[in-house]
Design a protein around this ligand. Structure first.
Ligand code: GAP
Length: 506
């Protein structure tokens, strides 16, 4: 991970935000290569979700439209959605070290005898646990591990917090809301308080009726949105994995209540297929079903697609959540805004009548608040995943590392190099560059030795380099170097366009 973070900074993928002022925890800037890669991932999602959506169970493409809603909405939205009251983490403070922890992120060693001190540690840190016990001269086997929420607050006086010397320094848990607050207009008063959105999803629910009334969509259909979200995360960590400002790619799929389970399975499969289409190794991706006690306040069922990050290895960490939200959100907005969210399903009514159902069943099937299946992925987290997946150490190369992005995601598709800066070679190279720059993201580079130029492109993850050399003026061909194998072969100048077009599709 350290090597990846350093490459990201060195090569302009990701910089710490406010770097010259010492940074700001949980915020990142995306450099020239990073934003290009992020945009390519974003465009792939949009293309596969909105412009060319998957084929549904009836053999026709499913119907999905796009949206770009405001980041700041009426604060009543977040009251209705449950975020004002429920979107919080339980936090405990250590009065000795002044450190703050998420209650459920602290593990606890509890003496099996029930007597004596208990030792708290940040989760998944077995080394720390062993060191601390050694220091306290206590036998590990006499303890069992639980999490802090499993013991009553009245026992906190026996808990030694991480890095503290004394027991009893942890405060009882307090809810810490994750939404960033701001004030609208000149007056900083409670009445003017607003929130930066913690998810893009609510903007979609707010526009569900607008879309239904203006577009020719019928249930089932989806609304997709990509945009920034903000969470005042208590512990931003692991580079851009958990940050305070990040981007999400969310789809809200509105469907009849009876079909929700079928669509949940459909989207589960489709989302995995999309991640695989980005070139991620199938062994590095898994589904993980949420346990009932993990479900968010709005969710009936949820499965995460997880990726094997270097910092979770050999385990996995969340990449995308696919939630069955039921009709929680639309019902909440209907109740709070007094706007009817009910849908009249003419086709369902006809089908129910034809099936000979009784009046009550016909009404139930034809008038309902749609249920929602929500595939919600992180765009900045997707960028991290693609960076981790592409990172390939190779001691035999001058760059020592190659970023193996799929050609259609790579920030630079191809580089055009004149071998030397004379004998008419730069003119030929520029000719190729000028001809193809409208179609592909190309980089023309005539500086430094060819080896150094290849090394730079290996680090940038550029899949192909075309070199114009002394033979080119005679045989009208160039050398193409493959990033992944470092092998070179010659192709005719006239074939460069066709060659790249083919590779971009693969
Ligand atoms: N609307 C549902 C929702 O927001 P979530 O699981 O909280 O669900 C969806 O977020 C995705 O957004 C996550 O799977 C993750 O990829 C990304 N995400 C959430 N919090 C993040 C953070 N603090 N930093 C980066 N990405 C985050």
């Amino acid at each position: 991970m350290d090597e990846l973070v350093s490459l990201c900074k060195r090569r302009g993928f990701v910089f710490p935000a406010s770097d010259i002022y010492g940074g700001i925890n949980g915020f990142w800037d995306y450099g020239p290569l990073g934003v290009a890669l992020k945009n390519n991932i974003r465009d792939s999602w949009w293309r596969n979700t909105v412009e060319c959506p998957p084929i549904g169970p009836d053999g026709e493409p499913v119907s999905i439209v796009g949206l770009d809603s405001a980041i700041i909405q009426n604060p009543k939205v977040w009251k209705a959605s449950g975020h004002v009251d429920g979107f919080s983490d339980p936090m405990v403070d250590c009065t000795e070290t002044k450190k703050r922890y998420r209650q459920d992120h602290l593990e606890l060693l509890v003496p099996k005898s029930g007597e004596g001190l208990m030792y708290a540690f940040p989760e998944n840190q077995p080394d720390l646990i062993a060191a601390k016990l050694k220091q306290a001269r206590v036998d590990h086997s006499l303890f069992e591990t639980v999490t802090l929420p499993e013991i009553p607050v009245s026992s906190y006086d026996r808990v030694v917090a991480p890095d503290s010397k004394n027991a009893g320094t942890l405060t009882p848990p307090r809810a810490f809301n994750l939404m960033f607050e701001t004030y609208i207009g000149a007056i900083r008063h409670e009445d003017h308080k607003a929130y930066l959105r913690p998810e893009t999803a609510q903007g979609i629910f707010l526009n569900y009726k607008n879309v239904l009334d203006t577009m020719r969509v019928k249930i089932p259909f989806g609304i997709a949105q990509i945009g920034k979200s903000f969470r005042n995360e208590v512990a931003p960590k692991n580079f851009i994995f958990r940050s305070r400002e990040f981007e999400q790619m969310e789809l809200e799929w509105f469907c009849p209540p009876d079909e929700a389970q079928t669509w949940y399975q459909f989207w589960k499969e489709q989302r995995m297929l999309w991640w695989l289409s980005l070139g991620i190794n199938a062994n590095n991706l898994i589904f993980r079903d949420h346990d009932a006690d993990e479900l968010a306040h709005y969710s009936n069922a949820c499965v995460d697609i997880e990726y094997r990050y270097p910092f979770t290895f050999p385990g996995f960490g969340e990449l995308e959540g696919i939630a069955h939200r039921g009709n929680y959100d639309l019902t909440a907005h209907q109740n709070h805004s007094r706007t009817k969210m009910e849908y009249f399903d003419q086709a369902a009514q006809l089908a129910a009548k034809e099936a000979g159902l009784d009046k009550e069943d016909i009404a139930r099937k034809s008038r309902y608040i749609p249920h929602v299946i929500e595939p919600a992925g992180g765009l900045t987290r997707a960028l991290l995943t693609i960076l981790c997946e592409a990172f390939t150490p190779d001691e035999t190369r001058p760059s020592k590392v190659v970023m193996k992005f799929k050609p259609n995601l790579a920030p630079i598709t191809a580089a055009i190099f004149p071998l030397i800066n004379k004998d008419g070679l730069p003119e030929i190279a520029r000719g190729i560059y000028q001809k193809l720059r409208q179609k592909y993201t190309l980089q023309y580079d005539a500086k430094q030795s060819i080896g150094k130029r290849y090394a730079r492109m290996d680090e940038a993850g550029t899949p192909y380099c075309f070199t114009i050399d002394g033979d080119t003026p005679q045989d009208h061909s160039v050398t193409v170097r493959d990033r992944d194998t470092a092998e070179q072969h010659r192709i005719a100048i006239d074939r460069v366009d066709e060659f790249l077009a083919e590779k971009m599709l693969s």
